[in-house]
Design a protein around this ligand. Sequence first.
Ligand code: 6MZ
Length: 355
Amino acid sequence: MDLLTYCKRLPKIELHAHLTGSLSDATVLQLLEVKREQLGEHHLPDSAEVTIRQGHNRSLEECFKVFGILHYLSDSLEAVENITRNVIQEFAADNVWYLELRTTPKHIPGKMTKKQYMDTVLKVVRSEMEHNKITVRLLLSVDRSRGVEDAHTTLALAKHYRVSTEYKDLVCGLDVSGNPHVGSLLDYIPVLEEAKKCGLKLAVHLAEVPNEDEVQAILNAGLVDRIGHGTFLHPGSGGTQDHLTVVRNKLIPLEICLSSNVKSGTVKTVEQHHFARWKELKHPLIICTDDKGVFCTTLSEEYYLCAKTFSLPEEDIQDLCLQAVEATFMNQKEKTILRQTVQNELKSLQGKLLM
Ligand code: 6MZ
């Protein structure tokens, strides 16, 4: 089979996907329709404002404006239910077998509390897992632009789920994300320390833009289980040898989001992406979508882009699927089962790729 078909057939693991950024065009159009019925045509964003068509780019700042529009469009519990269902079904249709979805719990006065938001997401996750061949886990996102007090309420909610009978198996950790030009990660270290003490796993957006002080402080704190992006960590891409050494020694996996970085302009071209430098070091790397809706991609297309750009042999492509299994926040027992099923599927695909 050709490379794209092969990538679609791979049993994939998605570890860096923001719920609201993952909304497909079809979902955005549905949300717009609901708003149109409620409000009429006035003040409605054009759907073209919300997605990035093939070949188009958008700066990080523009992306954060888009997230604002998407949040406005999904500001009811009914919308939250729909977007969660659609996103999970779309990942399942792309042959994603395991999905760690992350989302920022939202408090919208008069419409929802953070707990209602998360309960809604979790309820849909549970039901979609029954109807699709996909396992889903949740990371609660701390948005660095919303302040430390907000982060504490998100942490409290994550702690609540960790001991709840209903959802403790679904909530595995915290993500720290948000506009990297706003706020400082240093302020969030106490939140991360407490989260870690409670057994929550931590995925932190680090060095998505250059910020040596933050990288230094976060790496020194030694709390992070996976790094989101890590664009400016390697000395060859604007980082330092010290940072490289820490990340390498601790084997902290990097969540690699090729289209996101190139389309948002933090990396000039896919060829120049830091993936290549870290791969040379045999560092654990996970191919992810970040925001499949906003960046107009799928996980299969990200594997394709990676394999094509860096001329990866079949063995390396398959290895990316297995590295992703190892980096999940599942417990060892669950991981063993997932590894076995992924390995079996990979074996059945071996030799089928026409290079
Ligand atoms: C940093 C990002 C991001 O949480 O409302 N988010 N944070 N860098 C990125 N690179 C492009 N992409 C998405 O999903 C949307 C939120 O995810 C974070 C931002 O905080 C954004 O508001 P949820 O489901």
